[in-house]
Structures are given as structure tokens and as C-alpha cells.
Design a protein around this ligand. Structure first.
Ligand SMILES: C[S@@+](CC[C@H](N)C(=O)[O-])C[C@H]1O[C@@H](n2cnc3c(N)ncnc32)[C@H](O)[C@@H]1O
Length: 779
């Protein structure tokens, strides 16, 4: 496929910049031109860049091996160490105990259908010891639950004396550097055999680790003298970072603190070899500057990948895969109490060889596209350095509001790239850490206010879309990708698009996200993104709100069934509807109501939500009696359908409640609505108390009460309650129960309870009928 167009790409973040260069520039720039390949058979068709990245990857591997492989010795049976499991430790705060508490979230080493293996902690001589139990190891003692570790949410329990350390104290101990770490176990595998092996670490393992520590000291000094910079990143780190912004530091003060000594040694050794390789390419192999820089950049990204899988924030994955989960499994820098240290030389693990394989796949994939190299430059989207009316098309994937702190997280990679290829890209690595001033993100910590963060984000997005409008040729096309579950985020995007002059002509929800990704397991994460297409064309000056509301209703009522049939559900259905609605009001420069007020996205989205909710409730209840149920029941059904049992930020929950006519400000912490800090969640039956449910006629309350009675096998109570509340007269309660159960994707307790109850429905109806017939006899 020949892309007959010249591609330009821009990014603000230097790390993302290098990735762009390695994806849409170098593979096209340095592959053998098609003309030279004609007549050559497959074997002789060289991809020079691919071959050289492979060659130097191998060279670096051998060089690093010869220098530091001794710190990752083979097991006695020849198997290769995959990873070393470490537990962070804190001293027990009980003055009569002071034992070291090994902090472990859980003890599983392998949890699969075929095998269940875990660590088993026991106390010996006032110290916590471990042994391996489970499939083909010692029998797991009765009652031992490996899923229950010694620490949860920062609260630690001492296995020696049983006393607890609260999370504040735990954090303080880390901040005061009173924490430590201990190696607990070693995972290895024999290349020719399947299955990992587990053993408890020995003094020998610790001796080898401290030898590495010793060697690190001398190597670090030597490189510091050569490079004039500490080879181990000493730039100030953000501590731990979650999607909600900076979290406690836990003693991570500089980027080097994210690595234990042997990890640091491995990284500076591979990094040094990358720099040496670059010199050799030029001095001994006469590569030109530009080409050697390209080859070296892939190798440098290899070191970054080694860092991602080689930090002390990497968790063990007992369910399989490569065994080690990378640092950024959750697009955050999250504290982990026990971590897995990968062996960089393990061919199948998260080591150098895998890092090189990734590079090679990239080059192979990209160089198959027959197009000219893209011109990649670093700039802010708020000031694109191209003339007016220059582009036929612009594709953009802007930051999604407050979702990911790209700059803050990319610093983790930047500090290593600065040391490996900083000299080769002085223009990108002039600053200590990545530039953040113009980063487009709604970071409430930066602005100390959610509202100001929102305004900043909207203003930067407006500027960027305005730039796109300026550089697009008239009639030109742009595609904007966006994904965020909060209405706040969509309001800012829609307002910026409306103000930019671009006319949105279409919008589609596309499934883009991996379902099983960690973040999706905890919150109501989205599975799809909205691809909006917009044009630079004339717009109608003013649209009148009353007309637009009609158009919106008509447009959505014709579009929503397709989206529904398309299998888009839950929170994704809401944003798909928002996407579809932008086409309606995006045609106007301004929208005004009859009093001349300008209508903005917040008002428009309220209408969209109301229309969508009406539609969704009817679908979820299969077009039955939607009008007969209360606003509270509507809220409960919609919430379970869109967000399951996830919690929502107050403002998001407020808007959802508002569109079913509930003022959340007056209702939180009443009935099933629970407010905790800035979050709202809906209580399920197991979180309710029968006593609180007594006398309530609210359908969801009655359903919860019935479920609790049913769970307690109090069938009489169930019948009595159904009769008293009149839910024997129709099957609205069962249909609502069915709809709620079906909303849950995973096997949560509420779903199982409802399904159990519904299985007994026939019998209950029988009993009710019998009893009422008997009652009639005595009338
Ligand atoms: C959603 S991500 C793009 C992801 C990319 N499309 C991909 O698939 O890997 C948004 C990007 O916007 C970049 N960004 C943030 N502020 C920017 C600005 N002012 N100008 C240009 N890019 C910016 C971030 O660095 C981040 O890489």
C-alpha cells in the first residue's frame, strides 16, 4: 500500500517524540528502497535497519553478559532465574516485639487451574520464615489463605506478635527510611521444560546480591567520571503517582530509588553498552551520524523497556504470562509492598532479548508500509509551526482530560533516555525532566482546583483545535479520538470543538481498550473511544435551542438503536451517544435560547443524557413498564448497567441522578446512596441492614430486603414482605431484579444473590397463590 501523502507528526513530550521517530520515520527512511529490491528473492531482501538493530542488540547482550551475568547465576539444575521476589519490610511497632514485618499483599506464587503454589510464612526464633507449599511442594496447611497477605491499604500485621501498624505509621516509616527489604523467593525455569520452579532464597542469593551492590558502587563512580553525570538517575522523582495525581512518597525521592542495587547495575551496564555501540558504529563501521543515531535510539528504547520491567514497582503475576507485571501496568507509579526483580538475561522473561524482539517487531511492521518517512517534530499543539490552509487531513489523539499524567509518568523513561541518547538529541533533552508547562491535562493538583484545571484544559484544547482549523485546507478533514467517562471531560471537548470553527460531521464508538487491563478491573473503565470526524467548512451562524432539542431527539432516537445493536453498553453507551449528538449542535457557530442566552455543552449534554437514559431504561427493562418505576429505581438500574458496583466522582453521580430527576445533594447517605470522600457508590443488598429497610416501599429497598430474607432462608418473611408491599400483584420487582443481575459483567455477589433468588421465583409465586387461595377460603 503506497501512502501517496507526506506525513507530518508532532508531539510535545520528548519520549513520545522518539517513539514516533522510531515508528513513522526511521523504518521508512532506512529501509532498502523498493526499486533496489526488485528481482531479489526473499532471502536476499535486506532490511538494513532491522538487521543492524538486531546485530547491535545481540552485541550489547553479549557484552553485558560477560560483565554482569555472574550476578544472575544458573540454578544447580541448570535452570535460569526468571525473577527474585522481594518483600519490603518495616519494624513492628510493638516495643516488646520489634520483629521485621515482611510486607506482602498476598502469598500466591502460581494460581492456575493446573497448579496452586504459594509461600507459607511461619515464625521461628522471633523471625518470619517462609516455605513453599502447594502443587508438587509441601501440602498447604489447612485454613491457610494465600490471598491474605500481611498488608492491605498500608495497614500491616506483624506475624510474630499479631499487632497492627496503621497506614499512616507505615508511610512515616518509609518516609523516615526505616523500611527495608528482604529477598524471599526465586523463580526459575528450564528452557527445555515447561513450568516455573520456586524456591526460598538463601544466604548465597543475598551474598551474590551484595556482590552486585559492591560492583555497582565502583562502576557508578567510573561512569560518573566518564560521563560527568550520575549514571543512576538522581533527578527528583514524583514519589508515587496514581490517576488521581501525586501520592505519598514512600522514600522514592529520586528516580534511582525505583530500582534496587542489582537493577541499577543492570540498567547502567546495558546503557553503557548502548553508548559504546554507538561509538563503534561510527568509528569502526563508518555509519553516518544520522543512521547511527536511528539504530542507537531503538537500543536506548530497549533499555527503557528493561527499566519498565526492571523496577522495584514490578509485581509478580501469579496467574501466568511472563511472571512479572511491568511498572506501568496501571498507567500510574503505584507503591507495591512486594516486588519481582527480573533477570535481564532470561530469554523468555522481561529481559533484554524480549526488549529487542519488541524493537524488531516494530521495525518489521512499520517498514512494511510503503510510505515516505514522516517529518516528526516536537511542538505544542497550541502552536503548530505550519502555514494556514496547509494540510488536507489532521489526525489527533489529544490527552483525555485528567486520565493520564503523560509528562509526569514519562519522566521515568526520560531520565534513562537522557543518559543513553541525550547527546544525540540535545534539543529534546535540554531540560532536567520532560517539559510540562504546555502539557494539555486537567491536573487539579497543579491548579489546586478542579474548576481551574478544567478551564486550563478547555482553553488549551480550544487553542489546539483552533490551530488545526487554521492549518487545514478549506474542506479539509480532521479526526479527533477521545475517551473519558466523565461528563466534565466531554463538556470541555465539545466547547473547545464548538469554539474552534470545525464542524463535526460524524462520530463512532470503536472498541479500543483491552477488557482485562488492570485499571478496567477496578473502576468502570471504558472499553471504547469515540472517533469524531470534523471538517473545515462554513457553519450556520446561530442555532436555536428549541429546534436543536427536536433535532437532537430525532437524531438520537434514530442512532441509539444502532449503537445498542452494535453491542456498545454501559458507560460506553453514554459516550457513544454524546459523540453522536455532537453532529447535531456542531453545525452552528453559536446556539441560543429564546432569551438570547448562549447555550454551552453542559446544557446540551443534560438533554443528551435525558434522551439516552429514557432509551436505556426501556432497553434494560426490555421496553417494559419503564414509566412505572420510581426515579430512585431508575437511578439504581442505570448505575448498575453503566458502572456496575463501581464508585463515581460526586459530580458525575450528581449529573446522572439529575437526569432521572434526583437531587443527589439532598439524598446522599440515604437509602442505598453512599458518599465517601468525593465518591458516590450505591450499596448492594449485602451492604444493607434489614432494620433500615423495614417499612420502605422503594422498589430497590424491597428487593434488597427480600434478597436478605431469602439469603437467610426466611421464605415466610419473603412472602410476607412481597404481600405487604404489593409486589405480588405484578412482576415488576422480578423484571427489575433480572435487569440488575444482567447488568453485572463479572460474577459479583449481588448478581449471584439475585440469580439465586430468581431461580426460586416459581416456587415463591406458587406459595403466594396457594396462600391467597387459602385466605379466600376463610373470607
Ligand atoms: C492520548 S495520548 C496520544 C497517544 C498516541 N496516539 C498513541 O496512540 O500512543 C496524548 C498525547 O498528547 C501529548 N500532549 C500533551 N500536551 C500536548 C501539547 N500541548 N501538544 C502536543 N501534544 C501534547 C501527550 O504527551 C500524549 O502523548
Amino acid at each position: 500500500m503506497r501512502l501517496g501523502c507526506i506525513t507530518y507528526a508532532s508531539e510535545y513530550n520528548p519520549v513520545a517524540m522518539l517513539i514516533l521517530k522510531c515508528t513513522i520515520d526511521y523504518p521508512m527512511r532506512y529501509k532498502t528502497p523498493t526499486s533496489k529490491l526488485e528481482g531479489l528473492n526473499q532471502r536476499d531482501r535486506r532490511n538494513r535497519l532491522l538487521d543492524d538493530v538486531k546485530k547491535w542488540g545481540k552485541w550489547i547482550h553479549e557484552e553485558a553478559k560477560s560483565e554482569i551475568e555472574r550476578f544472575y547465576p544458573l540454578e544447580n539444575d541448570g535452570s535460569i532465574d526468571l525473577a527474585y521476589l522481594w518483600a519490603r519490610t518495616i519494624p513492628c511497632q510493638n516495643p516488646n516485639c520489634n520483629a521485621q514485618i515482611p510486607l506482602m499483599r498476598q502469598f500466591w506464587l502460581a494460581i492456575k487451574d493446573s497448579k496452586k503454589i504459594s509461600l507459607y510464612p511461619y515464625v521461628f526464633m522471633h523471625k518470619v520464615k517462609f516455605k513453599i507449599v502447594g502443587t508438587s511442594y509441601e501440602t498447604t496447611p489447612k485454613g491457610f489463605d494465600p490471598a491474605k497477605g500481611t498488608v492491605s491499604r498500608g495497614v500491616a500485621v506483624c506475624l510474630v506478635c499479631g499487632s497492627a501498624v496503621d497506614n499512616e505509621t507505615t508511610r512515616t516509616l518509609f518516609a523516615q527510611q526505616k523500611s527495608g527489604q528482604r529477598m524471599v523467593a526465586v523463580l526459575s525455569e528450564k528452557p527445555s521444560e515447561s513450568g516455573k520452579r520456586y524456591r526460598i532464597s538463601t544466604d548465597d542469593d543475598l551474598r551474590i546480591f551484595s556482590d552486585a551492590e559492591e560492583y555497582l558502587r565502583s562502576k557508578r563512580d567510573q561512569l560518573m567520571r566518564e560521563w560527568g553525570i550520575d549514571p543512576v538517575p538522581d533527578e527528583e522523582s514524583p514519589g508515587t503517582v496514581s490517576s488521581q495525581g501525586p501520592r505519598p512518597r514512600f522514600g522514592f525521592n529520586v528516580f534511582g530509588d525505583y530500582f534496587n542495587s542489582r537493577q541499577k547495575l543492570a540498567l547502567i551496564t546495558f546503557l553503557e553498552k548502548v553508548r559504546v555501540a554507538h561509538r563503534k558504529m561510527i568509528d569502526e563501521y563508518s555509519y553516518d551520524e544520522a543512521y547511527s543515531r536511528a539504530v542507537t535510539t531503538y537500543l536506548a528504547l530497549g533499555v527503557d523497556r528493561l527499566a519498565d520491567f526492571g523496577s522495584n514497582l514490578c509485581r509478580l503475576n501469579p496467574t501466568g504470562g511472563r511472571g512479572v507485571v511491568d511498572t506501568f501496568g496501571r498507567q500510574a507509579l503505584q507503591m507495591v509492598w512486594d516486588y519481582a526483580e527480573s533477570n535481564p538475561f532470561n530469554p523468555s522473561g522481561a529481559g533484554w532479548i524480549t526488549a529487542c524482539e519488541k524493537n524488531e517487531k516494530w521495525i518489521e511492521h512499520a517498514s512494511a508500509i510503503d510510505s515516505s518517512p514522516a517529518e516528526v517534530l516536537q511542538c505544542s499543539a497550541t502552536s503548530i509551526p505550519y502555514p494556514d490552509d496547509f494540510f488536507d487531513a489532521v489526525f489527533t489523539d489529544p490527552p483525555y482530560y485528567d486520565n493520564v499524567s503523560y509528562a509526569l509518568l514519562s519522566d521515568f523513561f526520560y531520565v534513562w533516555l537522557k543518559r543513553s541518547v541525550g547527546d544525540l538529541y540535545p534539543e529534546f533533552f535540554a531540560t532536567t525532566l520532560t517539559p510540562k508547562a504546555d502539557e494539555i491535562i486537567a491536573d487539579r493538583h497543579r491548579w489546586n482546583s478542579q474548576e481551574r484545571a478544567k478551564q486550563y484544559y478547555e482553553a488549551m484544547l480550544r487553542k489546539s483545535f483552533g490551530q488545526i482549523y487554521r492549518v487545514l485546507k478549506h474542506g479539509g478533514i480532521t479526526t479527533v479520538v477521545f475517551a473519558h467517562k466523565s461528563t466534565d471531560a466531554w463538556e470541555t471537548l465539545i466547547n473547545s470543538l464548538l469554539d474552534s470553527g470545525l464542524v463535526v460531521t460524524a462520530a463512532w464508538p470503536l472498541h479500543t481498550e483491552k477488557k482485562g487491563r488492570p485499571v478496567a478491573q477496578e473502576t468502570a473503565a471504558l472499553a471504547s473511544s469515540i472517533y469524531m470526524v470534523a471538517r473545515k467548512r462554513a457553519r450556520e451562524p446561530v442555532g436555536f435551542y428549541a429546534d436543536i432539542k427536536q433535532d437532537l431527539k430525532a437524531h438520537l432516537n434514530s442512532t441509539l438503536p444502532d449503537i445498542w445493536e452494535g453491542g456498545i453498553s454501559g458507560a460506553d453507551f453514554f459516550i457513544a451517544a454524546i459523540g453522536a449528538s455532537i453532529q447535531v449542535f456542531g453545525r452552528f457557530e453559536k446556539i441560543m435560547d429564546d432569551e438570547g442566552n448562549v447555550i454551552r455543552a453542559d446544557r446540551l449534554l443534560e438533554d443528551v443524557r435525558r434522551i439516552v437514559i429514557d432509551f436505556a431504561v426501556k432497553q434494560v427493562l426490555r421496553n417494559g413498564f419503564a414509566a412505572e418505576i420510581s426515579a430512585m429505581t431508575r437511578l439504581y438500574i442505570l448505575w448498575r448497567w453503566a458502572y456496575g458496583d463501581a464508585k463515581l466522582e460526586f459530580d458525575e453521580a450528581r449529573k446522572l441522578a439529575q437526569s432521572v430527576g434526583i437531587n443527589l445533594g439532598e439524598r446522599w447517605n440515604q437509602g442505598f446512596i453512599k458518599k465517601e470522600k468525593e465518591f458516590i457508590s450505591l450499596l448492594g443488598p449485602d451492604e444493607r441492614d434489614s432494620a433500615d429497610l423495614e417499612g420502605s416501599n422503594e422498589l430497590v429497598d424491597v428487593l434488597h430486603h427480600v434478597l436478605l430474607l431469602w439469603k437467610a432462608s426466611n421464605n415466610e418473611g419473603v412472602l410476607k414482605l412481597l404481600r405487604e408491599t404489593g409486589f405480588t400483584k405484578n412482576d415488576v420487582l422480578y423484571k427489575v431484579a433480572q435487569a440488575i443481575a444482567e447488568s453485572f459483567s463479572a460474577d459479583v455477589a449481588e448478581k449471584k444473590l439475585i440469580e439465586g433468588f430468581l431461580q426460586g421465583r416459581q416456587r415463591i409465586s406458587e406459595e403466594i397463590r396457594t396462600q391467597s387461595e387459602q385466605a379466600k377460603l376463610f373470607e
